[in-house]
Design a protein around this ligand. Sequence first.
Ligand code: KIV
Length: 278
Amino acid sequence: MLKDTKPQRLTIPHIRGRKGKDKIVTLTAHSAPMAAIIDPFVDVILVGDSLGMVVHGLPTTVGVTLDMMILHGRAVMRGSIRAVVVVDLPFGSYEQSPQQAHASAVKVIQETGCQAVKVEASHGVAETIEFLVRRGIPVMGHIGLRPQAANVDGGFKAKGRSVAERDGALAEALAVDRAGAFAMVVEGVAGDLADEITRAVSVPTIGIGASPACDGQVLVTDDMIGLFDWTPKFVRRYAGMRDLMRNAVEAYAADVRSGAFPNTAEMYTLKPKDVVAS
Ligand code: KIV
């Protein structure tokens, strides 16, 4: 066997062991260059099915397919060397039965090389998580606001703001924990509920629109770098990439129209030996 000289990726047991310790930094990526930029700074890269919206212009994540997740998952694996890479199982690829989920997860892991899959906590998901974990597939759960349920919920709605919803979200989290998930995303729930869930479960919680008490945080990178005019309330923009890109494109268009681009330094010339002395 060849000695592996590449830096080692973080592992699932390492992430699982960070419960209550230093915060788990997570961001999404869907391309090799984006993965390469974020990899040195994060612990987990999530190839989230939000790529359906932020890359493919879909209205929700419901239109995302397993093949799309695999294509983007492979790109992210090529671009990263250190972070744990988790790929979302998309809508329709795991809810039918634990066996369907197993076939989808094996395909994703074998074809991308990622270390784990993420599933949203739909009906029966605990049984599915247990089935996958027993067969050697690390699973991250996703509770609270579930983007794949947008059609059922009538949009993307924060959870845990009524007593019934609070009980439901806590029960979901406990079921995902008992089923053997190594971590769970807690999305769009009231802050004090996220705190309660974080105290109640044995695995790390990764919050998004949740609470700083979670064991880690995740944001959609495209939102965080300011690629869009609109973002959900819980997103903090750390850059204004949309304006930067618009300014760059505007300047390029003006240079092309005026003939200022390209200039001589940006053009090829004859090789010196072929220049004929006049
Ligand atoms: O798809 C995604 O990007 C996600 C995050 C919002 C957690 O699931």
